[in-house]
Design a protein. Structure first.
Length: 110
């Protein structure tokens, strides 16, 4: 499977920034998984932030610092898809944080 970050950047061998990698992952979540703004608006109990935290903890787990399955994952276990690549877990966490920011802005919540 093509890594989302392989679709961004100049194509001239320049490193892809963390922000570009996160944006690519968020696009993938919307385009391939169907996690649209409308879908995200239904998560009013910090599920997106908890999912981001789970991937952040997954990043730390790969570094050997925590157990691999975080208790914060808000959805069924089969949707927990951590990567052995720590950067990939950070991309997923960042994209979920972006989704939660967007959801909050749409909702008008403080």
């Amino acid at each position: 499977m093509e890594h989302p970050a392989e679709r961004v950047g100049s194509g001239f061998g320049e490193p892809v920034s963390g922000a570009e990698r996160i944006a690519a992952e968020r696009r993938r979540q919307v385009e391939e998984e169907g996690w649209t703004a409308e879908h995200d608006s239904g998560h009013r109990e910090a599920e997106l932030a908890r999912a981001a935290l789970s991937y952040l903890l997954g990043y730390v787990a790969v570094a050997g610092r925590l157990p691999a399955y975080p208790g914060e994952w808000p959805w069924p276990g089969e949707s927990w898809k951590p990567s052995e690549d720590p950067v990939r877990n950070l991309e997923k966490a960042g994209a979920l944080i972006a989704a939660e920011i967007d959801r909050l802005q749409r909702s008008g919540e403080p």
